[in-house]
Ligand binder design. Structure first.
Ligand code: C2E
Ligand code: MG
Ligand code: MG
Ligand code: MG
Length: 281
């Protein structure tokens, strides 16, 4: 009987796997034409200062409105885009579109854009950023690139050179989702971040009384202060969370409590189709 059940589980596991692979293949197929079809847009979410009011940054978040499925989460389609080497064109489009929007904001509001490790590994990335800034007229000092710690960034000479070039023109970096992935101390040592964003799950734990999480946040804050980095608490949904994170030394906040991502902006900057057709990662 145990054997039979085992076999049954085996079959349904395989079916589930196959289902997932098919699902992924379908999404990948549709994602290939999504830019051209105008299904990709950008949404912005504020990051506020210690007073809980002053907007210091707006984070650009990619949106995919699938014709049949509706909104597909970036947690689902970004990994597919990375695997299928579509993140390059999608990321370039997003950067250009977001810069185009950001020039209309007050000068003291920065734009943060999430970038994938694959984009940073591409030789043309510096040119892409320079062009997006030039085409929009956005000051480089207003652009912050968010990098997640879960990605494996190979810090070779080429990447160090790219980061130095971007820093030299005035672009800065934020370390995203801190506490979610692997050890980021290595990154912090190798490159200069202007901001560390503490992951939502961590904020949740620290603000609901976990002494360990609180101790870690305190340590991060102290490290950040000595290295001149701002600490942002992500995923703040209630005032009590903000109060707790402020008490631990966080000075910037982001989350539904302050503002959910806006309705998306689907302003097509020149040549979306052209960008997509290049199909380079
Ligand atoms: P992220 O960069 O950490 O972005 C924050 C995510 O948390 C966003 O989800 C946002 O909507 C959500 N969020 C904000 N405040 C709250 C809150 O108070 N409570 C909860 N429960 N969630 C909150 P979203 O837009 O689904 O994006 C998910 C992830 O997808 C992003 O995480 C980022 O890693 C990735 N992503 C989004 N856009 C891009 C992009 O243009 N390029 C790349 N490479 N990745 C992107
Ligand atoms: Mg982010
Ligand atoms: Mg984040
Ligand atoms: Mg995240």
């Amino acid at each position: 009987e145990a054997k039979g059940r085992g076999r049954g589980m085996h079959v349904s596991y395989r079916q589930a796997m196959r289902g997932q692979l098919e699902e992924r293949a379908l999404l990948e197929r549709d994602l290939k034409n999504a830019l051209k079809l105008g299904e990709i847009s950008v949404s912005f979410q504020p990051i506020v200062a210690n007073d809980g009011k002053t907007v210091v940054c707006q984070e650009a978040l990619m949106r995919w409105n699938h014709p049949e499925r509706g909104a597909v989460s970036p947690e689902v389609f970004i990994p597919i885009a990375e695997d299928a080497l579509l993140i390059g064109p999608l990321g370039e489009w997003l950067l250009r579109t977001a810069c185009h929007e950001a020039v209309n904001w007050s000068d003291d509001v920065k734009l943060t854009v999430n970038v994938s490790a694959l984009q940073l590994n591409n030789r043309s990335f510096l040119g892409t950023v320079v062009e997006a800034l030039a085409a929009s007229g956005l000051a480089p000092e207003r652009l912050v690139l968010e990098i997640t710690e879960s990605i494996v960034l190979e810090m070779d000479e080429e990447l160090e050179g790219l980061i130095r070039s971007l820093t030299d023109i005035g672009v800065s970096f934020a370390l995203d989702d801190f506490g979610r992935g692997y050890s980021s101390l290595n990154y912090i040592e190798k490159m200069q971040f202007s901001m560390i964003k503490i992951d939502r799950d961590f904020v949740q734990a620290a603000s609901s009384g976990s002494l360990k999480s609180q101790a870690i946040v305190t340590a991060i804050v102290s490290l950040a202060q000595s290295l001149d980095m701002v600490v942002t608490a992500e995923g703040i949904e209630a005032d009590e969370q903000a109060i707790a994170m402020r008490a631990l030394g966080c000075t910037c906040f982001q989350g539904y409590f302050y503002g959910a991502p806006t309705e998306s902006v689907a302003r097509t900057v020149d040549g979306a189709a052209e960008i997509e057709d290049r199909k380079v990662a």
